[in-house]
Design a binder for this molecule. Structure first.
Ligand SMILES: *Cc1c(COP(=O)(O)O)cnc(C)c1O
Length: 431
């Protein structure tokens, strides 16, 4: 769709944005362009493509027509100007930080993050000479205090894993803004249907498209969306974007590409040299899933609300963290941050602690015990013994993954079947 098309609703855009009937064949569905390379018209065309003077296809580590449709679809749904798809959500996180960071730089991040992200940020990025400072994002003064001259970004999850906590995106964006650095939001668990972080001031949005965006647990993928709103030239903090980039024969990305600087850098340098590319088959699965995103999210939320309320009223359960419950300290943030609902991911504490949690997980019949979320199937995991196992007890507690809690990702099955399943398993777990 071009700029002069009317602004369609989400339900229309999730099906049509970025796609048009295939110009070669008229195929209505986006073909899977299973090709590594693309023939240049002539030597001049090839040179223009390599100089980024013309946009086109060279080699599928950089760009691929099927992946390009997904990139445009996600960018549109998030209200961004461009997007780069990657091989996984974790790849997207590295791709988001890569143009911003240098050895010695740090990123200020929320303590409430996906377990794998905690490990990536607290351990692995150190090998690049980067570091992360973990802060409670409900403590705005602490966030401000953590930002120093070497901070290059602030990072948090809109609806945070595993507890379903809701971030005050606007308040954190204002702090990042005042410090002249971008806010990166991981919007995996909310999806753009429930939350649009760019409207709340985020600069970049990252996704694990492995989860709700694909929606059925078939492929891993990730995406970085750029709002196009950050002024990379306002300071000397982001030389890869504002200064001649030595990794691309001295091209000045911000000057040349304006609001698309980050996206072009992500493709021309990030994908080219890090190679964390999404493959066209994977993009196809995610394009299939994304067509029904809003329909699925509505049902996910409806089921999560029913189940969280049922669990909260049950005396075998100590507490439920779902932000959609009136008892939640995050309930008041829903109307601003995610007006269509608080998602479908939360934790609950089982009376009987660690042992009872393990028994519960093993006794469920519909819920699957897996390290995933955002599937049409309901999923459960005992975070402390699995995804958050590498964390210290303090980190587990801060992340909302204490030993007495289980995390559920509520699927789109019949809510009453799910409640019956939880009921029988809780009976066994607390017997
Ligand atoms: C799964 C997940 C990731 C990592 O994504 P992968 O696709 O597994 O690499 C990052 N953030 C959140 C919130 C996730 O749920």
């Amino acid at each position: 769709m071009s700029d002069d098309t009317p602004s369609y609703g989400f339900d229309t855009l999730q099906i049509h944005a970025g796609a048009r009937p295939d110009p070669a064949t008229g195929a209505r569905q986006t073909p899977i362009y299973q090709s590594t390379a693309y023939v240049f018209r002539d030597a001049d065309h090839a040179a223009a493509l390599f100089n980024l003077q013309e946009v086109g296809y060279i080699y599928s580590r950089l760009t691929n027509p099927t992946v390009a449709v997904l990139q445009e679809r996600i960018a549109t749904l998030e209200g961004g100007v461009g997007a780069v798809c990657c091989s996984s959500g974790h790849a997207a996180q590295i791709m988001a930080l890569f143009p911003l960071m240098q050895p010695g730089c740090n990123v200020v991040v929320s303590t409430r993050l996906y377990g794998g992200t905690v490990t990536q940020f607290s351990q692995t990025i150190k090998r690049f000479g980067w570091s992360a400072k973990f802060v409670d994002f409900d403590d705005l003064d602490a966030v401000k205090a953590a930002i120093d001259d070497d901070t290059r970004a602030v990072f948090g999850e809109a609806i945070a894993n595993p507890g379903g906590y809701i971030m005050d995106v606007r308040a954190i964006a204002d702090i990042a803004d005042a410090a002249g650095i971008p806010l990166i939001i991981d919007n995996t668990t909310a999806t753009p249907y429930l939350c649009r972080p760019i409207e709340h001031g985020a600069t970049l949005v990252v996704h694990s498209t492995t989860k709700y965006m694909t929606g059925n647990g078939t492929v891993t993928g990730g995406c970085v969306v750029d709002s196009g709103k950050f002024d990379w030239m306002a300071s000397d903090k982001f030389p890869s974007l504002s200064q001649p980039e030595p990794a691309y024969h001295g091209l000045k990305f911000a000057e040349t590409f304006g609001p698309l600087a980050f996206t072009f850098h992500g493709i021309a340098v990030g994908l080219r040299d890090l190679g964390m590319t999404m493959n066209p088959q994977g993009a196809h699965y995610t394009l299939m899933g994304i067509e029904t995103l809003s329909l699925r999210m509505e049902r996910h939320v409806e089921n999560a609300e029913k189940i969280a309320n049922w669990l909260e009223a049950d005396d075998r359960v100590d507490f439920v963290t779902y932000a959609g419950l009136e008892s939640s300290p995050y309930y008041s943030r829903i109307k601003d941050v995610c007006p269509k609902g608080a998602g479908a991911l939360f934790t609950f504490a089982v009376k009987g602690g660690y042992e009872a949690c393990i028994k519960l997980v093993d006794s469920l019949e519909i819920f699957s015990h897996v390290a995933n979320l955002g599937d049409t199937r309901s999923l459960i995991i005992h975070s402390a013994s699995t995804t958050h196992r590498q964390l210290t007890p303090e980190q587990q507690e801060a992340a909302g993954a204490a030993p007495n809690v289980v995390r559920v990702s509520i699927g789109t099955e019949d809510a009453y079947d799910l409640i019956a399943d939880l009921d029988q398993a809780l009976a066994k777990a607390t017997a």
